[in-house]
Design a protein around this ligand. Sequence first.
Ligand code: HEC
Ligand code: HEC
Ligand code: HEC
Ligand code: HEC
Ligand code: HEC
Ligand code: HEC
Ligand code: HEC
Length: 303
Amino acid sequence: MRAAALSVFYLIPVLLAAGPADYAGAEACRPCHTANFTSQSNTSHAHTLAPSSPAQRGDWAFGAGLQAITFVTKVNRESYREDGLTWYRSLNGYAITPGQHDEQGVVFRTFDPAARFLKCFACHSTGPLSLGKDEEIVPHELGVRCEVCHGPGAAHVSDPTHSPLHTPAQLTAGTMNRFCGKCHRTDSETGDELTDLRDFRNARDQPLRLAASNCFRRSNGRLNCLTCHSPHRQLDQNASSYDVRCQTCHANKVHRQQVAGLACVTCHMPRVPNGPYLSFANHRIAVYSKGNPILPVTAQAAQ
Ligand code: HEC
Ligand code: HEC
Ligand code: HEC
Ligand code: HEC
Ligand code: HEC
Ligand code: HEC
Ligand code: HEC
């Protein structure tokens, strides 16, 4: 049975190498790296897992609420339930959870072969998971914090000079995709080895989609997640703020149509709906027609 739980750690091999004692927790970084601590503490990464508040449903609230919050409850010694109702920002209210069909919710055993709930906790927390009383899943630290990206930091905290930590900034573009893709998925959530870039359900697989864009493929490794996202800051939702990133490589693009005043990403990274209440920016940067935000015009022509 335990072999099933191990599959979670295949997902995040970095965590397997270290035990709980190797992790210091974000609080321990605060005194020496105050600015990074403060800004990272205000990100959705930091808030993506919390115990449900009394006003909420269930035991655990997954999702910081940028788009949605889904609730998970321990039903008995063996099992957890994902609630049938999810809170959506676009609705400012509750509706059926993505992938579910009614309000009943779905129950899975903690150690079922797919390890569904262990995986939820693994992607939404920091450090190794453990089991508490009645086999409850105990995350080491809530949310995506410092040591997800910098590795276990206990040795560094006690002796920063002799135990340096590394940053993912030096990774090659392809390795960065896989690094963030441990959680942001390089393959489809449908479980199929994803190759069908036309599938709307894969809109949220940013590493996969970015890797399929010509910006990525033809820029000799100069484009990666950090080109557009600051790792310690909250997602920038001002579309025009990305223009400067595009213009580092496309300074003098002259369009046949009028584009002045419109953000580059509104046309070249259009939002793709994923169910009625969620949407994701299409990270396959390309030219799209109005009616089809998932498949580039050139790919349509090729069919
Ligand atoms: C006691 C003070 C102290 C604490 C606590 C501390 N650090 Fe550091 N950290 C430093 C110093 C000093 C350096 C610079 C070391 C050097 O360059 O030799 C450093 C460097 C780093 C770097 C490398 C930066 C680079 O440019 O490569 C990272 C990443 C880092 N720390 C992350 C963390 C994290 C994460 C924590 C909490 C788990 C943490 N630090 C806790 C003092 C500290
Ligand atoms: C341990 C899993 C994990 C890793 C590794 C990870 N993320 Fe995330 N990331 C998440 C989760 C979970 C969320 C959802 C936050 C929420 O609840 O809205 C998220 C959200 C985001 C967002 C959306 C904005 C936000 O704050 O919600 C961005 C951008 C992002 N991650 C970028 C990155 C980048 C870049 C990397 C690699 C350097 C990375 N992430 C690595 C789990 C991870
Ligand atoms: C492979 C890692 C991974 C697993 C497993 C995972 N999540 Fe997430 N989750 C993420 C990332 C990354 C995001 C950020 C949104 C995105 O996909 O861009 C996210 C976002 C969310 C959100 C915010 C709304 C949304 O869809 O963006 C909720 C709610 C959520 N997850 C709940 C869960 C629950 C409940 C489970 C288990 C049934 C789960 N997640 C399993 C990585 C994961
Ligand atoms: C999503 C991944 C991610 C998370 C989470 C994260 N970092 Fe970083 N960190 C990076 C990357 C990438 C760099 C490289 C420089 C950059 O792009 O800002 C970096 C750089 C650093 C540096 C050295 C450069 C600088 O900005 O001073 C320190 C120190 C640091 N991080 C500390 C922290 C601390 C403390 C936390 C938690 C409060 C944290 N990081 C959380 C990815 C992350
Ligand atoms: C690191 C450099 C780099 C960055 C940053 C970048 N691109 Fe590109 N982009 C390229 C390269 C290289 C190509 C391929 C050009 C070619 O094949 O002639 C390309 C191609 C394109 C294409 C044509 C796509 C196709 O399918 O042929 C569009 C549209 C585009 N970029 C828009 C953008 C936008 C919008 C942004 C910002 C969100 C952006 N790019 C950011 C380097 C970049
Ligand atoms: C060329 C710029 C660019 C690059 C490179 C980039 N992103 Fe994004 N990303 C964006 C934009 C634009 C948004 C939409 C912001 C908004 O909500 O207005 C976004 C949104 C996101 C979100 C929020 C959910 C969504 O899809 O809307 C996540 C998570 C994310 N990016 C992760 C990543 C990861 C992981 C990488 C590396 C594989 C990456 N991004 C590379 C521009 C970029
Ligand atoms: C109103 C929608 C719209 C906006 C806004 C827009 N574009 Fe475009 N872009 C297009 C269309 C449509 C094409 C294809 C026809 C053309 O080249 O004029 C295109 C073509 C391109 C190409 C060349 C693609 C190729 O196959 O050669 C690049 C590069 C590009 N845009 C970059 C940008 C950048 C950078 C910005 C922001 C400064 C931007 N675009 C803003 C719609 C837009």
